[in-house]
Structures are given as structure tokens and as C-alpha cells.
Design a protein. Structure first.
Length: 404
């Protein structure tokens, strides 16, 4: 056997991959894994178990021998159920055979969309703070991410005026995610309509990540694709992970113009082939009979949201009231700490895990993300610990100010 001496694996790694930073969330939670007694407010997934009737559908599919490949597009009956859901909830009409494909979660759908439409150097407009994957997968697809900062003073909403400031001749794609991860912000119909006018004016394509669409605490769910003239210009991505408590099942979907789907499936069929059939059978049950489960979970998320929001405000932290998803994004500038230091010290001193705002982009500095997808008992205890930590920091700042 020949042994290679002096082998340098790094020389073989593509520069675009080598230069990707690790996820700010995962890097921080490596620390959490080694700390006992932690209450985690950092994981972006429901604390509910997938409802039994959905799990049972999977079990029954296995008992009936559903262990084979499906079409690259996914089970026809699941695509029909997705089409019916989109029609029922958003008034959207998609051909389930030509305009809908089942993916490995919404994340694969975003990746497929970007790889399908981007040429080297094309710019992708990304409102920030944003989901951690958008910028890296844009770079992997050969695009150039252009982040557009939003502020708490503007309810973390992208405005048409702000969007127009960042447009260039290279602008091609706008990624929207509302309700937003990490802020919980939403866009009103009027704000969406103003953005839609610019999308048409500047001939943009929209990737609308609607994975949190059902988790909304005011008004009805609204899809960007439902706006006049936007369905053909929008690649709608979503899935069952968040609303149906099915994160580990990895079942997502994409709905778009037939030409986009025909191109996307070329990549999907060579890299993934198809989503697991057992997960697709479970998703079919969820879409057909899971709406009451979603309603119950949303009701409990809303109760938790109001508890955490009120407690954070009472302890002296400025806080935007989230309108959707299950995250809250309080400002921690009053403590005098930056986001990473606040999160690290809170974990060390009080054993509460939160995510530094900078994990979601540079404009997240001065904030932390807390997930309230946890029990009321855990949230109450976590808020008690955070309050102790914040009180110590504020008292220290007051002493320093008094001595100055």
C-alpha cells in the first residue's frame, strides 16, 4: 500500500466553499451541547411532536410496502394536495403535474431555484436580518448576495424605497421571507404591492420563502405570488416543517411557472432524485387532515409570544413585537454588550441559550434571537434568568455612569 506524504487536502477544496463561514447558529450551539442545565431558546423548530395521525400515516405506508422511489416531482396525490392547499389558503391556482415539485425541505427548494436562474455575477437582493442560508447558497450558485438592512424602527419591513436604493443593472432575484426569521416581522399587502411594482419595473424574479406563512398572529396568510401579475414572477417555496411540526421529515415543495419547474427538476433528479416516499405519505395526511393541529399550535405560540414579549419589555429591553413565526428579536444595546458577548455570557452565567443577532447578518448586531417554541414553564424560567442577567448589567452600567 502506498502512503501519500505531505498530502494537502485544502488545495483540493474549491475557494467558494473554503471561504464560506460556518453557520453562526451551529457554531454557537456547539457550546450549548457541552453545558448541563441549559434552557435553549435557540433551536428554530417546534417543540411539539408531529401529530399522531400524521405519524400513523407513515407507519401504515411502511406496512403497505411503500418503500420505493417516487417521481422526481413527488407523489402525484401529494402534489394535488399541495395545489389544493395553495388554492384554499392563498387563492393560487397551480397545475399539480407541471408546476409543483416536492423537495427535501424548503431549503433545497431555495437552493434549486437559485442554481436554476443565476449566472455568474448576478445579484440577489436579500433583506436583512435574514435566514442564515440565503447568502451562502447564493454564493454557491455563482451569484452575488446584496443585503438590504431593515430596522426595528421600520418594523423590520422591507420598503419599496429601500429596495430601489440597492437595485443595479446586475439585480436579478429578490428573496423574501415573511413572516421573517429571525425577527417575526411581516409585510402588509400595501407594502407587498409597492414592492411588486418595482419587481415588474426592473424585471426581477422573486423567491418567496413562505415556510412560516401559517404562523401568523394577525390577519390572514398572504402569498406574494397572489398579487396581480406576480405568480409567474414568483418561485414560491414552502414545506411542512414549521406549521405541522415536521422538521425532521424534510418535506418541502416549490410552486412556480412550468418552465422554472422543468429546469429545476433537472438538478433535483441528478442530486436528490426524490423525497422519501414515507415522508411524502405523512405530508399527504398532514395537508388533508392537519389544519386543526396547526390552529392549536398557533394558539399556543401566540400565548408564548405575548409572555416573552411582555417580560423582555418589563426588564428594560427594547423589543419589536413579532407578528409571525416563533421568534423574537430584542435589542440588547442597553446592556452595553455586543450580540456575541451577550449570548456567550448569558449562557455562562445563567445557562440560557439564545442566538447572537449577527448570525443573521451584520444588521443583526445589537440584537439576539430567542425562539419561543418552548413550554410556558421553560419560557418563564428562562425569562427569570435573562432578567437577572440583564439587571446585573444595567446596574453595572449605572455605577460606571455615576463614577464618570
Amino acid at each position: 500500500m502506498t502512503i501519500s506524504h505531505g498530502f494537502e487536502a485544502q488545495r483540493f477544496i474549491a475557494p467558494v466553499v473554503k471561504n464560506l463561514p460556518p453557520s453562526g447558529i451551529r457554531r454557537f450551539f456547539d457550546l450549548v451541547a457541552n453545558t448541563k442545565g441549559v434552557i435553549s431558546l435557540g433551536v428554530g423548530e417546534p417543540d411539539f411532536v408531529t401529530p399522531w395521525h400524521i405519524r400513523e400515516a407513515c407507519v401504515q405506508s411502511l406496512e403497505r410496502g411503500y418503500t420505493m422511489y417516487t417521481s422526481n416531482y413527488g407523489l402525484p396525490e401529494l402534489r394535488q394536495a399541495i395545489a389544493a392547499y395553495l388554492e384554499r389558503r392563498f387563492g393560487l391556482s397551480y397545475d399539480p403535474l407541471k408546476q409543483i415539485m416536492v423537495t427535501i425541505g424548503a431549503s433545497e427548494a431555495v437552493d434549486l431555484a437559485l442554481r436554476t436562474v443565476l449566472n455568474p455575477g448576478d445579484e440577489v437582493l436579500i433583506p436583512e436580518p435574514c435566514y442564515v442560508s440565503y447568502q451562502p447558497i447564493t454564493k454557491l450558485a455563482g451569484g452575488v448576495p446584496v443585503t438590504i438592512p431593515t430596522t426595528a424602527a421600520e418594523n423590520f419591513a422591507l420598503t419599496a424605497a429601500r429596495l430601489e436604493e440597492y437595485l443595479t443593472p446586475r439585480s436579478k432575484v429578490l428573496i423574501l421571507c415573511f413572516p421573517n426569521n429571525p425577527t417575526g416581522a411581516i409585510l402588509s399587502r400595501e407594502e407587498m404591492q409597492a414592492i411588486a411594482r418595482l419587481v415588474t419595473k426592473y424585471n426581477l424574479l422573486v423567491i418567496s420563502d413562505e415556510i412560516y406563512a401559517e404562523l401568523r398572529y394577525e390577519g390572514q396568510p398572504l402569498s406574494f405570488a397572489s398579487l396581480p401579475g406576480m405568480q409567474d414572477r414568483t418561485i414560491l417555496v414552502s414545506g411542512l416543517s414549521k406549521a405541522f411540526a415536521m422538521t425532521g421529515w424534510r418535506v418541502g415543495y416549490v410552486a412556480a411557472h412550468p418552465d422554472f419547474l422543468a429546469a429545476m427538476v433537472k438538478i433535483h433528479q441528478y442530486t436528490i432524485l426524490c423525497a422519501p416516499v414515507m415522508g411524502q405519505m405523512a405530508a399527504l395526511e398532514a395537508l388533508r387532515h392537519g389544519s386543526q393541529d396547526v390552529d392549536r399550535m398557533v394558539e399556543q405560540y401566540d400565548q408564548r409570544r405575548r409572555l416573552v414579549y411582555s417580560r423582555l419589555r418589563e426588564m428594560g429591553l427594547d423589543c419589536f413585537e413579532p407578528r409571525g413565526a416563533f421568534y423574537i428579536f430584542p435589542s440588547i444595546t442597553a446592556t452595553g454588550l455586543d450580540s456575541a458577548t451577550f449570548a456567550a455570557e448569558l449562557l455562562k452565567e445563567e445557562k440560557v441559550a439564545v442566538v447572537p443577532g449577527t448570525a443573521f447578518g451584520a444588521s443583526g448586531e445589537g440584537f439576539i434571537r430567542c425562539s419561543y417554541a418552548a413550554s410556558l414553564a421553560d419560557l418563564t424560567e428562562a425569562m427569570n434568568r435573562v432578567e437577572r442577567f440583564v439587571s446585573r448589567r444595567l446596574a453595572c452600567n449605572q455605577r460606571i455612569a455615576a463614577q464618570a
